[in-house]
Design a protein around this ligand. Structure first.
Ligand code: GTP
Length: 242
């Protein structure tokens, strides 16, 4: 049966905090199980899914560097945190009988495959969910940038960026009751207005390669599935004519 989905291959970006649930630190098993069930609903639409996951629920490199840990060391610690999250998510996905592979940008053979672009694409073609761990493998790059880079490398049609809020707002909706959500916005506007959806490096990479991004609330059930079915959820970031 032909898939009803609007996309063939997508890259899902999850922040580490998305695994925290209502805790302030670490991994909530219930929340990871929820994320896995959301991903399964997407996989059932015959969409190839790659995932980049952050590590902020365990270690925040930038904040640690402000407090005196050398930036490069702090970033490597953050990359290790993403590996912990990747293994947690892999476990939850496998409990739902999904086929998965974790590929790490930093070689750690005993616990994950190393990142090999062509192999990742092969896994996706075989219907496996591929989780990319350890960011880009380089300090000074965020996991958002890793998401943009990997999305380009595997030829994803779109980046699905899961967040705590429903989309991109004119200002912080938690602090400003008049904040308005954009249905659609250009990369340049995101950069000019400093909307902090993703860091500038990630946004610029997407802009230069014409890769659309949907920013949406990851905690809302069925959001991923509905986006894949073409429903208007969250904010779409792409090149516009004006
Ligand atoms: P195909 O042969 O293309 O179907 O892919 P495959 O991933 O099933 O084949 P492979 O024989 O490479 O992998 C079998 C299992 O070993 C999978 O679960 C892989 O994730 C795992 N695996 C492969 N390479 C490594 C590695 O370098 N380190 C670790 N820890 N596991 C690996």
């Amino acid at each position: 049966m032909k898939s009803k989905a609007h996309y063939k291959r997508v890259l899902l970006k999850l922040s580490g905090e998305a695994l925290m649930g209502d805790k302030t630190y670490g991994i909530s098993p219930d929340t990871v199980a929820f994320m896995a069930s959301e991903i399964k609903k997407a996989e059932e639409l015959d969409v190839e899914i790659a995932i980049v996951i952050g590590g902020g629920n365990i270690f925040r490199g930038v904040q640690a560097s402000v407090k005196g840990i050398e930036r490069a060391s702090a970033d490597y610690m953050g990359m290790l945190a993403t590996v912990i999250n990747a293994l947690a998510l892999q476990n939850a996905l496998e409990k739902l009988d999904l086929q998965t592979r974790v590929q790490s940008a930093i070689e750690m053979k005993e616990l994950a495959e190393s990142y090999i672009r062509r192999k990742a694409i092969r896994h996706l073609e075989k219907g496996r969910v591929v989780i990319f761990a350890a960011g880009t493998g380089n300090p000074y790059f965020t996991t958002d940038t890793a998401a943009a880079l990997r999305a380009m490398e595997i030829g994803a049609d779109i980046i699905l960026k899961g967040t705590k809020v429903d989309g991109i707002y004119t200002s912080d909706p938690v602090k400003d009751k008049d904040a308005r959500m954009f249905e659609e916005i250009s990369y340049l506007e995101v950069i000019k207005k400093q909307l902090r959806v993703m860091d500038t490096t990630a946004i610029t990479l997407c802009m230069e390669n014409n890769l659309p991004i949907v920013v949406f609330n990851i905690a809302t059930a069925d959001n991923i599935r509905n986006i894949l079915l073409g429903k208007k959820i969250g904010t779409l970031v792409r090149n516009t004519l004006n």
